[in-house]
Design a binder for this molecule. Structure first.
Ligand code: PEP
Ligand code: MN
Length: 335
């Protein structure tokens, strides 16, 4: 049931009113002093009871519609259209694959062909990298975006690429169909506003230690400033163990997909940090309701300029079971 705020009559006994509302099948959150609440919020998951019926319950002063916390997100379509490829509820799970960094024109063309053959619908690759160390490879720069677009177009793929700051924002938006916000930038609200204003769908990675509410609010920024849709990407959050780079929060995927009905994909590469766990984690995410998996893919992972240890060879993508759909579509080549 939608969120209502049931205000309590000044002279009424809140406990008696609570019992009466609970007996109607409502879940309640009291507002105000714990011993003397002023109102009860009716929570999602409650029985359908009209506000008129609620208003007639003895002890109720009035019933308001509570203002939604994230109106843009509530109104967003449940599947986001990425240049004709839907991601979200009701759409087939999508494979997004490609290298961490675009390294050369030949490399991205080779990988585009391979990942299309494996059923990918989107080609990923970064031209600008947000790296932990300033001495690590920072990306091949603007020209790489043109290579990425041409390689994707040659194989019927859509493009997802990372935005790392103001300077390259528009260049990335010119070439990409889906604008990726990396984990380190999820809290950069000015960037989220500017990315939203470009009017393209956004792939919003979860911040390294972000709560789900913070993640949802970050999406609200993008939508409020003009993004037509946000696809959430769970890429692992900070854990305590060095055996895996991060902890894939499968519960968050299930919550977003199954409870909130929001489009969410998993990035098992960054979650695991190691090749041998990518497939099991990706499968777990799909089982939990993820609408796709984003997998770093490299044909020579040992030579990759970034994130080689967490890249799969293109042939290994078949293990996600998303390729059969592509065969029906002609190896991913879709107008
Ligand atoms: C990436 O996708 O290559 C990347 C840098 O991801 P994240 O922001 O999740 O670390
Ligand atoms: Mn990477």
């Amino acid at each position: 049931m939608s969120a209502y705020l049931v205000h309590i009559d000044a002279g009424a006994d809140p406990n008696a009113l609570r019992a009466a509302l609970v007996s109607l099948g409502l879940w309640l959150q009291p507002f105000g002093d714990a011993d003397a609440p002023r109102a009860f919020a009716v929570l999602a998951g409650s029985a359908e009871v009209s506000p008129g019926v609620l208003a007639d319950v003895p002890g109720v002063a009035r019933v308001d519609h509570a203002a939604p916390k994230r109106p843009q997100l509530d109104a967003m379509p449940r599947a986001v259209d990425v240049a004709g490829v839907p991601i979200g509820a009701g759409a087939a799970p999508v494979l997004l694959a490609g290298p961490c960094s675009i390294e050369s024109e030949a490399q991205i063309h080779r990988l585009a062909e391979e990942v299309a053959r494996q059923g990918a619908r989107l080609l990923r690759g970064s031209a600008f990298k947000a790296r932990t160390s300033p001495y690590s490879f920072q990306g091949a720069g603007p020209q790489a975006l043109v290579w990425l677009r041409e390689a994707a177009d040659a194989h019927g793929l859509r493009v997802v690429s990372e935005v790392t700051g103001d300077a390259q924002l528009e260049r990335v938006a010119e070439q990409a169909d889906l604008l990726q916000i990396g984990t380190r930038l999820m809290y950069d609200y000015e960037l989220l506003k500017r990315v939203g204003s470009l009017g393209k769908p956004v792939l919003l990675k979860r911040g390294l230690s972000a709560t789900i509410d913070e993640w949802l609010h970050a999406a609200e920024y993008c939508l409020l400033y003009g993004a037509p849709g946000v696809v959430f990407c769970e890429r692992g959050i900070r854990g305590t163990d060095a055996h895996t780079r991060n902890v894939l929060d499968v519960g968050a995927i299930a919550l977003l997909a199954e409870v909130h009905g929001l489009p969410v994909i998993a990035d098992p590469s960054h979650a695991a940090g190691r090749r041998d766990l990518i497939v099991p984690l990706g499968r777990a995410a799909l089982a939990a309701g993820a609408h796709g998996v984003l997998v770093e893919t490299h044909d020579r992972p040992g030579e990759a300029k970034s994130d080689g240890p967490q890249a799969l060879a293109p042939d290994a993508l078949a293990a996600f079971g998303l390729a059969s759909d592509s065969a029906a579509r002609g190896l991913g080549v879709v107008a």
